[in-house]
Design a protein around this ligand. Sequence first.
Ligand SMILES: [Zn+2]
Length: 686
Amino acid sequence: MKSGWVDSEAQAAIDRYARDGISRDLALRVYTTRLIGRDPKLVLHGGGNTSVKTTMADLLGEEVAVLCVKGSGSDMAAIEPAGLPAVRLDRLRKLRARAALADEELVRIQRASLLEPAAPNPSVEILLHAFLPHKFIDHTHANAILSIVDQPDGEAICAGLYDGRVSIVPYVMPGFALAKRAADIYEAKPDVEGLILHKHGIFTFGESAREAYERMIALVTLAEERLQKNRKAVFVTAQLPQAIAPLDAVAPILRGACSRKDDKIEGAWRHMILDFRASPAILNFVNGAELARYSQAGVVTPDHTIRTKNWPLVTVAPERERMDDFKRAAQAAVTDFGERYQAYFARHNARAGGIKRALDPLPRVALVPGLGLFGLGRSKEDAKIAADLAQCAVEIITDAEAIGRFESISEAEMFDMEYWPLEQAKLGTAAEKPLAGEIAVITGGGGTIGAATAKAFAAAGAEVALLDCDERAAANAAKAIGTAALAVKCDVTDAASVGEAFARVVAAFGGVDIVVSNAGAAWQGRIGEVDEDVLRKSFELNFYGHQRVAQAAVKIMLAQGTGGCLLFNVSKQAVNPGPNFGPYGLPKAATLFLVRQYAVDYGADGIRANAVNADRVRSGLLTDTFIAERSKARGVSEKDYLSGNLLGREVTADDVAQAFLHQALELKTTGDVTTVDGGNIAAALR
Ligand SMILES: [Zn+2]
């Protein structure tokens, strides 16, 4: 591991922040915090923190001694000075004299001691920073350090490796007790460069930002070098089936197994989003004959537990021709996982006085021999974090096993960490949106109605995939929604293209819950004279396109076994033909019946099928030129043409999007057609 310190960059940070009145101390603190934060072998997802002791003017302009410490949960790679809230140092130091300190009390004292009342909560490890005397302190859960300390004889290995350069702190849960213990151990040998926290991580310190940071790099590098010596081969591979099923066949089954029926709302499911990873290192790990031992041994560092739970789910290897067996085995594995989790909770909650509330008993990481690993979460973002941490754990455990045997903290210690209110606070308490955990696919996603619908579903909490034959249009619409939205090229007139597009959605999110089959185009022609080719072309897109999409979706929904929702954009032409619009209206009429057929055939599987009948919506189909022509032909203004309905209101793409959203949320409605046309009695459905 190399130092990333560059004098000119450090100076540039000092100069840049000086313009905002930020001190040299804090500027350098930001600079090296970012250096640490950008290296995933040192820090992942808030798993580390840094501090500086300096002076600062309080709100009254009086200079006071402060500890600027990383805010809880903030990203070190992109930290700004405001991400290191300043706390009055004298108050924090006074706490050391206490025999005990309750978490709630610490949080109240911290908040009351912040210089800026609106600042974020400081790191849960604040007191450790406060009780040590050094100006700059860096703390990480570096992979190489964890591979060495997560061993039965980890303390002895460290003592030999560091030869007095560090002191070793036995495992104590983060918080007040650890801070006191670490300070006592430091003071017994004050010439050390850092502290190694058994089964947790490493602290380094110094009088300058550079000294603390480069000590971190040097001590971690020693650990990395140690891991290259006397390695034994890991892992011996288990017997696996010849033909392993592909990701798009496995993920929906796994996702279904990890979903739970909502206790309160009949027909509703609590789904997880999946994030898949595979690499030679991951496969080597999940294919190991002793996977059941080393994968279930516990977390690599205590703060992973809130994101990954203490153990991953392990399934059997999925054999290509025997997916029913895999489904049964996966469901049984998830049931066992839940029972084990509930028993673990009950055991330790009793010890904690019965005051804790159980978290959901579903896995956050799943290991599938032959295939790879999945992170699971209620959003794609959470699933990615779980997968990142799991991938990191694979590396750490592999290295630990290569030099000895991986060993975690005890089950009781993991429970204390998982149910520590200060840790749970990192996950936030924002209420979930109505479509959280749901995956929605929108065809014609690059068009006006498709893009508006995808946006509405994303705003309601769903993960969205925008399918369109115009890849760029889909990408632009996805970009407007946000980073998690997926754009996929898909031609719904081509069965192979539809199959590939759905496989990509499954690879990205783990399955499909809602489909808005919206792609379409208008052809015109007087029905008695129209060319048969035109009619067939329109059927290919405006009927078979919907059928292909629905069929691909149903296959995935049945594999999940958790119901689903098929929504179709059916024009008012389906019930109220316009002159010379037969080539468009006829396949749409067939699609209206397709909706009802899906409602009939799949109702028992919990799959709903509904349609929206929209009319005169400004879109790629009803272009500005087209509107100009039609309104001119009728001798009315464009506005009157667009609002020529009973309510006299123009219907927009957003209105159509809201209708689809409404149908997605109506769990007791199937075979329905919702009209969004401002009122057109000739097109009213009886
Ligand atoms: Zn830590």
